[in-house]
Design a binder for this molecule. Sequence first.
Ligand SMILES: *Cc1c(COP(=O)(O)O)cnc(C)c1O
Length: 383
Amino acid sequence: MNETFIINQLGEDREKYFNAVAPPVLQTSNFAYRTVDEFAEAVANEKDIPIYTRGNNPTVNMLAEKIAALEGAEDCLMVGSGAAAITNAVMSQVNAGDHIVSVREPYTWAAHLMTGILPRFRVETTFVDGTRIENIENAINERTRLIYLESPNSWTFEMQDLAAVSELAKKKQITTVVDNSYCTALCQRPIDLGIDLVIYSATKYYNGHSDVVVGAICGSKEKIASIFRNEFMTFGNILAPQSAWLMLRSLRTLPIRLKRSSETTRRVLEFLRNSQKIEGIWYPFDEQNTQIELARRQMKMPMGLFTIALKTRDVAAIKRFCETLEYFLIAVSWGGYESLIMPKCAFVSADDPRVSMIRCYIGLEEPDVLIADLERALVTLPN
Ligand SMILES: *Cc1c(COP(=O)(O)O)cnc(C)c1O
């Protein structure tokens, strides 16, 4: 199946809804049956037949079918946020007494799950530098059930060799999960590399319009069915039909949005590299990145999120730089149509060595407009 077929055709049964080009939003909590037998069959197959929207809704299912196909996964569950994707996926794989090996500094709330919540259920986590497979291998013990990956991470972009980690994990019968939010399936397909569960904040690139919070979990039929019966139905972090419909709308333009963001990022980085006011750039495809070979092997294209460090450590100057930018909004998140900056100085004290780091996301604006915006703001910085 090619991407265009998946995005434009797959799962769209237009004859069922008056040949409407855009699918309907089935804004209903409940589904009624004419006979008891039909009702009983639905109850017995709640994953596949709609009886109640916490479990199953056709608008949400259409989206899940497309995401699974894009990922090359057997199945997919859509959930109400990326955080819900993390909690459903991780909690489905561990029991009291188990051990997790995780990349260090994963997404904030993944870290909190593993340091603040799972220890209450006697699940312990060892955090390692995942850029070297030996570190993961050495952290594994006889109780390790899960390896938690995020490649690349979304501040400093360390990567893991996904094929190598999944090979190691399979030998030891350990489940692997990767947060693939940075890439989407159009850039990196972890299932093809042997990873068991792929999770998303689809709030970012997949939805791409900064108007829906949404998550996805992709994996084998067996694993997804188990998550459905247990965590998914119990935790109830569902994606509402209206939000699923918005994301279906967003998917239509996913390839074109990613290409645009990627190409503009290349131009913006060319400009930033020549600036005397900047002392560091973190980006998977940066020539200076020690992991660039892995990026080229594992990722199909450069994406639109990177981090810079300004030369100045003067917080007032850093704030002035950020506030001078007109088109880059000061905000968390990324993946939408609008360019963003997230200054580290909002999170750390003035003497922190990372204080001058600023994460940048390149949206869909005209490249020249963004470059001119940066140029104006860089001028405000001390030499
Ligand atoms: C934003 C983000 C999440 C959390 O997703 P939400 O949709 O905000 O719940 C998880 N992982 C990464 C890498 C993210 O950037």
